[in-house]
Design a protein around this ligand. Structure first.
Ligand code: NAP
Length: 260
């Protein structure tokens, strides 16, 4: 399917690895010029090089920086000042017990998973409205729909973003600017491997054992493949996806047990 976005420009945040990377790859496969960001220069350079090699007609820019900081966002927007597509993403907050979280812990989580996407939407949405095309996709979490107790920082911050987006997504769509969120369940990325490694250490078993158990507990009997996530993101960014806005789309292999 040709998504009709060849030659568009995308800012894909936190995209050297995992789900952000998969979104960047899927957009580049559609001929979208991509600006990638991450804190670590090495993995970012390697992902950028892979995309350049696979899609030679696509312009790939790399911005090293922390997207949750003003400096990181300023540099990203300097490299991609008028994005047609914005994919909001950053690392998730650590797990823990809410009794131990300080105000600083909360501010950090809110900065990463609520205020950074809001700042980036604010910086780009009026240009999209003026050009009558814009696609904004926020990578949030299945925890927005089915909260995970130890991930309270994530549940809270991402729900704040979700509420904000629900309000404005109905305002921008008249000008062909959509704002949606993708809610990942368990996907096979470094993050899930790192979390599983911690659990394995505590339980005295191998990381593979923990990962296999988690995968088998999912109705699909496996983790999601990041490529599946990237393709869903690209679809939402397509020219013909202009009637989909304000949605929170679960990609979780059916793990959420509700009828709707
Ligand atoms: P991942 O595999 O660990 O990749 C994270 C990517 O984001 C890396 O490229 C990382 O590069 C970059 N990054 C992290 N923090 C950043 C920051 N502050 N500024 C710029 N770049 C940053 O993680 P993932 O699995 O793709 O997860 C992406 C998001 O989805 C996270 O918020 C995660 O909590 C959420 N999520 C994931 C799953 C899952 O199963 N994978 C499930 C639910 C929710 P650097 O470290 O070099 O910056």
């Amino acid at each position: 399917m040709d998504l009709g976005i060849k030659g568009r420009h995308a800012l894909v945040c936190a995209s050297s690895k995992g789900l952000g990377r998969a979104c960047a790859v899927a957009l580049a496969a559609e001929g979208v010029h991509v600006t990638l960001t991450a804190r670590g220069a090495e993995a970012l350079a390697s992902t950028a090089a892979e995309i350049r090699k696979a899609y030679p007609g696509v312009e790939v820019k790399e911005v090293v920086g922390d997207i949750t900081t003003l400096a990181g966002r300023t540099d990203a927007l300097k490299a991609c000042p008028n994005p047609d597509i914005l994919v909001n993403n950053a690392g998730g907050p650590p797990p823990g017990d809410f009794r131990n979280w300080t105000r600083d812990d909360w501010i950090k989580a809110l900065d990463a998973n609520m205020l950074t996407p809001i700042e980036l939407i604010k910086a780009t949405v009026d240009g999209m409205i003026a050009r009558k095309f814009g696609r904004i996709v926020n990578i949030t979490s299945a925890a927005v729909k089915a909260p995970i107790d130890v991930l309270g920082l994530s549940n809270g911050a991402r729900s704040g973003l979700t509420g904000f987006v629900a309000g404005i997504a109905r305002k921008t769509v008249r000008d062909n600017v959509t704002i949606n969120s993708l809610l990942p369940g368990p996907f096979n990325t470094d993050r899930i491997r790192n979390v599983s490694a911690g659990q394995a250490k505590a339980a005295g078993v191998t990381t593979e054992e923990i990962m296999q158990k988690r995968a088998s507990e999912n109705p699909a009997g496996r983790f999601g493949d990041p490529e599946e996530f990237g393709l869903a993101c690209a679809f939402l960014c397509g020219a013909k996806a202009g009637f989909i806005t304000g949605q929170n789309i679960l990609l979780d292999g059916g793990a959420f047990p509700g009828t709707m």
